[in-house]
Design a protein around this ligand. Structure first.
Ligand SMILES: CC(C)(COP(=O)(O)OP(=O)(O)OC[C@H]1O[C@@H](n2cnc3c(N)ncnc32)[C@H](O)[C@@H]1OP(=O)(O)O)[C@@H](O)C(=O)NCCC(=O)NCCS
Length: 283
């Protein structure tokens, strides 16, 4: 489909099909409200912080496609509009943000909310080809800064997220939980927002000390105890043995493979899925 056709599809969706389909349980009925909800949830925060209006003209095409997919999922019942609206309103300060502890601790290992001075060490590890070997490419400084911001905004919307990991006063990367906000091709993954994923990325010199595993155990205990979340998944490119070893140390169960929809065709596309059901892990 051409760029013009995709942009026209977006306008037809938010200006026509969604308002016309408005149902009794839906919190909004106006076109700009549908656009706000879909764009905020695609951007992981208030969309105007990232995109110059008007969004229908300026939204990068890959993200416009993601926003369209989210809107189509609302229409088919695979995404809950009220839930997406609450996330958007929390980011905009219109409803109270989720309550989140400042930090989780295991001895000298600290999982905490992100700070502005994490941006530089995060950019350094995201530019390291060894750390990014199983991703399509390393991140630029701007992409890395945007990722750090969106990591912290997840706590505001969901009450949990990828924690900044600190030890000995040094930022080492992140470990934590992500609500999966796109449809995924594995059982349960079709309902957007319903599945929680564990994830981790540490600076190269922090590997080999058990930090990811300890931090993931802290995360799981917090998810179960504070958030009532006991089922999680994790997945990684099939060749990422270190990441799979963390999943196995956590007692996660191999659950097949799937083609990652955001990864281009090639050797990194096939991902191995692991599941943990009713986690009883203590930190
Ligand atoms: C994935 C990643 C976080 C795993 O890091 P890691 O250091 O291998 O994993 P852990 O922190 O659990 O440490 C395990 C190692 O520490 C050792 N260790 C020491 N003390 C330990 C403890 N208390 N508990 C567990 N392991 C311990 C283990 O024996 C193991 O050693 P090994 O390196 O010889 O295998 C890291 O490789 C990474 O950041 N990779 C790049 C980003 C990435 O690919 N992320 C995943 C995308 S899906």
């Amino acid at each position: 489909m051409s760029e013009a056709a995709r942009r026209a599809h977006w306008r037809d969706l938010v200006e026509g099909r969604l308002p016309e389909a408005a149902r009794p349980g839906w919190p909004v009925r106006l076109d700009h409200c549908f656009a706000r909800i879909l764009l905020d949830n695609t951007c992981g925060g208030p969309w105007r912080d990232q995109i110059r209006p008007p969004a229908h003209a300026n939204m990068p095409l890959d993200r416009l496609d993601a926003a369209i997919a989210l809107g189509e999922a609302v229409l088919t019942g695979h995404a809950d509009l009220a839930f997406l609206n609450r996330r958007s309103l929390a980011w905009r300060g219109k409803i109270a943000p989720a309550a989140v502890p400042d930090a989780l601790r295991d001895g000298g290992l600290i999982l905490r909310r992100w700070r502005p001075d994490d941006t530089a060490p995060f950019a350094a590890l995201n530019a390291d080809p060894r750390v990014m070997a199983h991703f399509p490419r390393p991140r630029t400084e701007a992409e890395s800064a945007a990722e750090a911001r969106s990591c912290d905004l997840r706590f505001v919307a969901d009450g949990f997220g990828p924690w900044a990991v600190e030890q000995g006063g040094r930022f080492l990367g992140f470990v934590g939980a992500f609500r999966i906000m796109r449809a995924m091709p594995f059982p349960g993954g079709e309902q957007i927002g319903a599945t929680i994923e564990l994830g981790w990325r540490l600076a190269r010199d922090a590997w080999g000390r058990g930090i990811a595993t300890r931090a993931a155990r802290l995360t799981l205990a917090d998810l179960a105890g504070r958030c009532g979340i006991r089922a999680v998944v994790a997945y990684t490119a099939a060749g990422n043995d270190r990441s799979r070893a963390v999943m196995e140390r956590l007692g996660m169960v191999p659950s097949g493979t799937f083609p990652h929809p955001a990864v281009p065709d090639g050797p990194l596309r096939t991902h191995r899925l692991y599941r943990l059901e009713r986690a009883e892990v203590t930190a």
